[in-house]
Write a protein that binds this ligand. Structure first.
Ligand code: PLP
Length: 347
């Protein structure tokens, strides 16, 4: 299919991107799907399209990949961090409500950006209720959440926009790539303009309606995505089976705490929290046995860019003690058994 793209002569945002968008809109259950160059571009574009910028503030979870907060900053707005729940690593809904009630900053609270961390469904029912009560928009960071469902409904379809990533760490990858979903015709039109320099074409005349970006996806990337989308449910089922195996092998191990096993989880990653030893010791010991463990996500407010040092204890612990175990298509049950044995033996 990638060779077909080369032969087509239309390498960027052509027929394959259109087909990929159609397939994703259908799979996710959104009216519009707008493909872009990355998950970060998706978040940035969604914020800009919704008119969020200077003088505005957006509530974001303290534990995520830094792009969640960076996108808010790059749009000119202020991220307001909320700590997470230790059970599922998602935004703590009680704290979200309290943060909004206690908020006294100068920037206007405009939106909440929940993350479905590692593919785990965030509590969108409560989050949407709190947002509506406070006149806030909801932009879902569904970067890890293709296949994630909240009460049966696909992640990315609850708020004004849903933003997905197709980075290689995700369950469906186009190398780099992203997507914005929305049910609004007006927003979709704006997103399409903004991803392509704000250009329109009428009667072969090109005009620039508003200053936009080059956030286009290539047809090569889309061709890779179309191919994987066809067997995505199978790949999800494979990941779920591996996760079940990890849970039955590790549930009673004193070395680690497992997250809550939530209905609708797409298991992009499985992060355990270590109860003993340091993350680097565990990663090194695993490497010596040929096992590749990884870090989970960041406590964003404590990074140099955001410069804070207190107030986000759960996110901080999850960053320091969180360890992602191997989980990918093609990982065999025997390897999972060896990884389980590694954790059990060191406990
Ligand atoms: C929660 C979250 N948000 C945003 C992003 C950014 O996506 P990308 O790497 O495609 O720009 C990621 C990617 O890793 C992510 O995990």
């Amino acid at each position: 299919m990638v060779a077909d793209v080369l032969r087509s002569g239309m390498l960027v945002q052509g027929e394959y991107v259109r087909r990929f968008e159609e397939g994703l809109a259908d799979y996710i259950g959104a009216k519009h799907a707008v493909a872009v160059s990355s998950g970060t571009a998706a978040l940035h574009l969604a914020l800009i399209a919704l008119g969020i910028g200077d003088g505005d503030a957006v509530l974001v979870p303290a534990f995520s990949f830094v792009a969640t907060a960076n996108a808010v900053r790059l749009a000119g707005a202020l991220p307001v961090f909320v700590d997470i729940s230790a059970e599922d690593y998602n935004i703590d809904v009680g704290l979200l409500e309290k943060t909004i009630a206690d908020y006294s900053g100068e920037a206007r609270l405009k939106a909440v950006m929940p993350v479905h961390e590692f593919g785990c469904p965030a509590r969108l029912d409560s989050i949407c209720r709190i947002a509506a009560k406070n006149g806030l928009m909801v932009i879902e960071d569904a970067a890890c959440a293709l296949g994630t469902r909240v009460n049966g409904q696909h992640a990315g379809t609850f708020g004004q926009c849903g933003c997905f990533s197709f980075h290689p760490r995700k369950s469906l990858t186009t190398g780099e790539g992203g997507l914005v979903t929305t049910d609004s015709d007006v927003l979709a039109e704006r997103l399409r303009l903004l991803r392509n320099h704000g250009l329109t074409r009428k009667d072969e005349r090109i005009d620039c309606i508003l200053p936009g970006y080059n956030y286009r996806m290539t047809d090569f990337q889309a061709a890779l995505g179309i191919n994987q989308l066809g067997r995505f449910n199978q790949s999800l089922a494979g990941r779920r089976a591996l996760v079940e195996q990890y849970y039955s092998g590790l549930a009673d191990t004193p070395a680690v705490t497992l997250p809550e096993k939530k209905e609708g989880h797409a298991w992009q990653s499985l992060m355990l929290v270590l109860r003993q030893g340091s993350l680097s010791e565990w990663i090194k010991a695993a490497r010596d046995q040929g096992i590749q463990l990884g870090a989970g996500a960041q406590c964003i407010p404590y990074t140099k860019a955001y410069g804070m040092s207190e107030g986000y204890g759960v996110a901080h612990r999850c960053e320091r003690q969180g360890v992602a175990v191997p989980l990918y298509a093609g990982l065999d049950a025997g390897s999972v058994d060896s990884i389980i044995a590694f954790f059990r033996d060191r406990a």
